[in-house]
Structure formats: C-alpha cells, structure tokens
Design a protein around this ligand. Sequence first.
Ligand SMILES: Cc1cc2nc3c(=O)[nH]c(=O)nc-3n(C[C@H](O)[C@H](O)[C@H](O)COP(=O)(O)OP(=O)(O)OC[C@H]3O[C@@H](n4cnc5c(N)ncnc54)[C@H](O)[C@@H]3O)c2cc1C
Length: 412
Amino acid sequence: MNRTDRTPTKKILISGASIAGPALALWLGRCGHEVTVVERATSFREGGGAVDYRGSVHREVLERMGVLETLRGLDTGMGEQAVLDESGRELLRLPASFMSGELEVTRGDLARTLYEASLPFADYVFGDSVRSLTEHATGVTVEFEHGETREFDLVVGADGIHSTTRRLAFGPEEQFRRDSGWFFATFSTEAPKALGLRDSGVLWNDPGRMVGIGNTLGEDGAMLVFHAPELTYDHRNVAAQKELVLRHFADAGWEVPAVLRSVPDASDFYFDSLSQIVMDRWSHGRIVLLGDAAWAPAPGGMGNGLAVVGAYVLAGELATAPDHRTAFARYEERMRPYVAKCQKQGAGAGRFLAPVTGKQLKQRNRAYRMLCRRTMRGFFEWLTTRTAEAIDLPAYGLPTVDRPIRPVISQS
Ligand SMILES: Cc1cc2nc3c(=O)[nH]c(=O)nc-3n(C[C@H](O)[C@H](O)[C@H](O)COP(=O)(O)OP(=O)(O)OC[C@H]3O[C@@H](n4cnc5c(N)ncnc54)[C@H](O)[C@@H]3O)c2cc1C
C-alpha cells in the first residue's frame, strides 16, 4: 500500500534545532506525526543575545504551545539602557519597553524551552546534516553526512540563514541573501565594574560601530555591531570570525578593550551579517522552508516571533489541508504579508544600531530622544506591536496536550 497525502501520520524530517525547528516539532508531534529533527551541532546550542516577544499574536502562539509561563519565568527583567557617546558620557536612557518588548528572554533560554517541550514528540539527532535530498512520487530520500539514508514524506528546512536544505532544494544562498553591510556578534563577557550594571545596559557608539553591554539574571553579555560593506566571511569558521571582530574594534576607545578580552575564550560566541533572505517561494514539492531559512528578517525584524508563528501556521495548514501541496500554498499565502512587514522593520537595523558617520549618529540620537519622550513612548510601542500583530491567527484546533501521542506508522 502506498502512503498518500491523506494518510494522517507522516514521517517528517526537520533540519535545524534552534527556534523554528523545535517549535514545529512540538506541533507536528502533537498532531501525531513521526518527527525527526537533525541538528548539525554535536549537542544542543546555547548562546545568543536577548530576544523579545510583543503583542497578542506572539502571546497567543506561545500560550497554545504551552511555554508562555515557562518563558515568563525566564524573563531577563532588563531595565533601562543608557546610550553613551564615544567618550562614555551618558546621553540619554532608553526605557525597558523600547528594546525588550513585553517578554524578553535570552535566545539560549528560548531555544532550550522549545527543545525540552518538544522532546517527548520528536527524535533528535545531533551532529549530523542532510547531504542530499531526492524527491520522488511518494516521498523524499534523504542522505545524511553520517547517518543511514532514510525515507521521509516531507522535509522541513529550519536550518537558519545559511540553510543547507535551501541550498539543496532551491540553489545557492547568494541568490536569496540580501546583505546590509552591517555585522553583529554576541558573547558572554564580564562587564567592567565601573559601569555598575544590574538588570540594565549601556550602548556605546562611535561612527560605524556599536558595543552594547548588558547585565540580566546575574550574567553579563555583549553585543557588537559594525559596518563593513566589503567584508566577506566564512559562516562556519568561528575562529576567523573572532579575529574579524577583534580587528574591527582594535582601535576602539572607552571600555571596549576590556570587552574584547572575552572574545578569544567565549564558547557562546555568535557572529553573522545583518542580512535578509528573500525568496519568491518557500516550498518545492515535498520540501518546505521555515524561519530564517525562508525569510530571515535581520535583528529588529522579530525573527523569533516569525519562527514560532510560522511553525504554528505550517503545522495548522498541514493538519487542515487535504494534502501537503495545498498546505504549503496556504502557509505561504498566510505568512507572506506578515513576513514582508517584519522584514521592512528589520531592514534598517544596522543603520539604526551603528550609524556610519558622526552626523548620522547625532541624527539617530535625536530620534532616540524624541522616541523617549513620554508622549512618544506609547507611539513607538504601538508601532512595533502593530507589526507583531499583523496576522490573523487561525484557530486550527491543533492538540494542546502535554503528553506524547506516539503514532503507529503504517509502512508502504
Ligand atoms: C547559537 C545561536 C545564537 C544566536 N544569537 C542570536 C542573537 O544574538 N541575535 C539574533 O538576532 N539572532 C541570533 N540567532 C539567530 C536567531 O536564533 C534566528 O534569527 C531566529 O530565532 C530564527 O530561528 P531559526 O530557528 O529559524 O534559525 P536559527 O536560530 O539560525 O537556527 C538554525 C539552526 O539550524 C542549525 N543548522 C544549520 N545548518 C544545519 C544543517 N546543515 N543541518 C542541521 N542543522 C543545521 C543551526 O546549528 C541552528 O541550530 C542565533 C542563532 C543561533 C543558532
């Protein structure tokens, strides 16, 4: 007997175990599918800066996933952030809601919460990667770098901005990646004592560079942003990325040299370009993309919100459509306008975080001052929340049980 699209239980492979992958694994597992998640890293990946959620759509999805309360318990509690000039003099203070939304957690805490919530519903394979995908009438034959070749009904690429699934199914990354010319790095550090940070942060700039240092939950972390339009880098070579960052900040003043001392030994160092992924379709036959692999919006474009909302919509459409083709088409139709709005918001992130000239820096600080006025705060919050809420969330009726439903797979 051949398995058909109407067979309720499918074997589904998800590539990538960060935010989008585990969020989808949770939903698909709850719906009764047999889910395998393959992650290139040899173990669960910690690290990353703070990520925030805002508005009723994010709240609703996290609630339906059953992780909202856990995440609330992990809220960073970040307070004000002081904006400094080149010499370290304080210019203004950004209110907590400006940068941290309604709920702010570290990316590591978010990923771990989703991973743990999805564990009963999915088999995780660490330290492997898809090597080839061959689609045929009834499924996809998947070759792995290390594991045995396996058959799946559907394959989901949730493997980030440098997605291997996307390269195999749609072609080289360069066709889809739009670089802004800015780069960012995050890593744990020890904040200089003189800053006296406690549940607060500072943002230092000189033209084309930003160093943010924050303290939350008793830990110090740094985020560095810089403008280097000609820069090329190897996204897999962390040692070379560390060198790049050290070189670009080597002559920076203030407390930057102290922050840079953490770079060589930082085990959670994360580096990438502020880039967006723009594609005219996210599915190809039985292969579909989700999260940054499909639509990376760049920081500020709510990539984490898009990842969990996208996972919910994809699972919901698969549960309610007559076949995967219809489900993928409906998923695209529903997500595209939302993604476009988030990408529009993320497009200016580099320019805003690390303005290139002294004049642009002054203009940015004037904009900060204006947005900080009590009368304008509500407007700014309304603006960002409006983007986060720019999608109608169907009910779908997906199961919200907290125990695994292990399906019996009927073999073809
Ligand atoms: C360790 C880490 C730290 C991050 N820190 C920040 C940050 O500070 N600020 C920020 O704005 N964004 C950060 N990001 C990106 C952020 O998580 C995403 O922009 C967003 O959450 C969307 O998530 P995603 O799951 O679609 O993609 P990602 O979070 O990028 O996850 C992709 C996952 O796929 C895995 N992967 C890649 N290639 C393969 C492969 N061939 N086979 C199997 N698995 C593969 C990766 O290891 C990763 O776990 C970070 C990502 C990671 C992985």
